[in-house]
Design a binder for this molecule. Structure first.
Ligand code: URP
Ligand code: ZN
Ligand code: ZN
Length: 487
């Protein structure tokens, strides 16, 4: 590092007179950053010589938001997710998210250490925000304890398992048991996709055999009780092993109830929901002409009647976090893998009635990393469902606490990383694929009005978004080493 770099690295930034909001408090004041850290928080702080001063009068000042569940490099369902770290981190930052936690999803026959290196390599040199990973355990054999131990020692203090995607990423019960036992021993938390894989496979086969092949049949193939059974399954295994578990993308009241009951009897469980479930409902996937494929994700987007339970769970602390499960696939090409024309081209008509197509071939997932904060603020805070502190808690602080990043991330206090979002609550906008930073050719939230936006964003003291525009540098993001905390 030469002298100029050193001076740039130590630059002071004073964000003045904003409404500072953390998970615990809300007050009008200033935040002073030096180099990569916050060094003072208070009222009327003196301006250090040479500091950049941002007037945040009328603005909200939040800790950088954390998305605990994204997919960026994702080989899945015969294709690859569309973003790379440059595009995904740019979209995240424009949306106010300064830390991403990505799922490493190796195939069952892949070496986990090599997978960890592969995923890490995809981020290095491209990420403009900070990042870390959940290590996917998609197989458990005699070599795994040693290999997973090495990955934990390298700074990845959480695992991911799939109780779905039979024959692909999914593991069986014996593997689940061994994974949870090892996690308990190592003090790492296990994140889990909970759906009963056997039931999904049976229901899919029955629906397809009946000619029910359009995207609207995706939800009936994975009904709420199938998700609740997956949660019950995980809770039973967590109870037996004493492992700490985190249920990702919880979509429905039935699943929340199962986990709530387990928590009440002492199971160490945390619940994540994701933004599509809060602002969309299953009618999206029922849109005619195959358009519904845009909203095929798993678990599926549910009936609207589940949303009040999700909002209430966030408000009362039953649900800890809101992620995205960002899993971007183009509509025109990738989602169309389940379209009748694709079936015709393959000479593979799956329907006995001849309609062709097959919802089970539509890559699951929705691009959303850019929109989480705005949508949660609009629907949650402005919609009167959650207050500002809860908003910060579920979109930032709680993820930092659960995944061993707190108080480095998720907090505005001296010593924390200077990851800050100056948010303009007066901004009004409309979400559209024509203006979003994500790579996909569609937005699952097209035309939705949003209130407020991140106007200025910093990552470790560097301004990476100004006037809502990305001004960061690909490659400036850092891998965040995390230590085991779940003993
Ligand atoms: O539909 C989804 N959720 N796609 C991404 C993979 C996963 O299950 O998280
Ligand atoms: Zn999943
Ligand atoms: Zn996911």
């Amino acid at each position: 590092m030469d002298e100029m770099d050193l001076m740039e690295g130590m630059k002071s930034l004073l964000i003045r007179n904003g409404t500072v909001v953390t998970a615990e408090r809300e007050f009008t004041g200033d935040v002073l950053c030096e180099g990569e850290k916050i060094v003072a928080v208070g009222e009327g702080l003196a301006v250090p010589e040479g500091a950049e001063v941002i007037d945040a009068t009328g603005k909200l000042v939040f800790p950088g938001f954390i998305d605990p569940h994204v997919h960026i490099y994702l080989p899945f369902m015969g294709t690859y997710a569309k973003d790379d770290y440059a595009s995904a981190s740019r979209a995240a930052l424009v949306g106010g998210t300064t830390t991403l936690i990505e799922m490493i999803c190796p195939g069952r026959d892949e070496d986990p250490v090599e997978a960890f290196e592969l995923w890490k390599g995809k981020a290095e040199g491209l990420a403009a925000c900070d990042y870390t990973f959940h290590m996917g355990v998609t197989r458990f054999d005699a070599e795994m304890p040693d290999k997973l131990r090495r990955i934990v020692e390298a700074g990845v203090a959480s695992f991911k398992v799939f109780l779905a995607y039979k024959g692909a990423l999914g593991i069986d019960d014996a593997e689940l048991y061994e994974t949870l036992k090892l996690a308990k021993e190592l003090g790492v938390i296990v994140t889990a996709h909970c759906e009963n894989a056997e039931l999904v496979a049976k229901l899919q086969a029955e629906l397809v055999a009946q000619g029910k092949v359009g995207p609207e049949w995706h939800e009936p193939s994975r009904p709420v009780r199938v998700e609740a059974e997956g949660c019950h399954h995980l809770m039973t295994f967590a109870e037996q092993t004493g492992a700490h578990v985190y249920v990702v993308h919880t979509s429905c009241a039935d699943a929340v109830e199962v986990i709530r009951a387990a928590k009440a009897r002492g199971v160490q469980a945390w619940i994540e929901t994701v933004v599509p479930y809060l602002v969309l409902d299953k009618s999206a996937a029922e849109r005619p002409g195959f358009e519904g494929a845009k909203w095929v994700m798993s678990p599926p987007i549910r009936d609207k009647s589940h949303q009040p339970v999700l909002w209430q769970g966030l408000a009362d602390g039953t649900i800890s976090t809101v992620g995205t499960d960002h899993a971007p696939f183009d509509f025109a090409t990738q989602k169309h893998m389940g379209h009748p024309d694709a079936a015709k081209a393959l000479n593979a008509d799956f329907s006995p009635r001849g309609e062709g197509g097959n919802f089970t071939l539509i890559p699951n997932g929705i691009p959303s990393v850019e929109e989480r904060v705005k949508l949660l603020y609009t629907a949650g805070v402005k919609g009167g469902k959650i207050d500002l502190r809860t908003f910060v808690r579920v979109a930032s602080t709680e993820a930092a606490k659960i995944f061993g990043l707190y108080p480095r991330k998720g907090e505005i206090a001296p010593g924390s990383d200077a990851d800050l979002v100056v948010f303009d609550p007066e901004f009004r906008g409309t979400i559209s694929a024509t203006t979003h930073a994500m790579q996909t050719d569609y937005s699952g939230f097209e035309g939705m009005a949003v209130e407020g936006r991140p106007e200025l964003v910093t990552v470790r003291g560097q301004v990476v978004v100004r006037n809502g525009e990305f001004v960061g540098a690909p490659g400036s993001g850092q891998f965040l080493r995390r230590e085991p905390t779940h003993f």
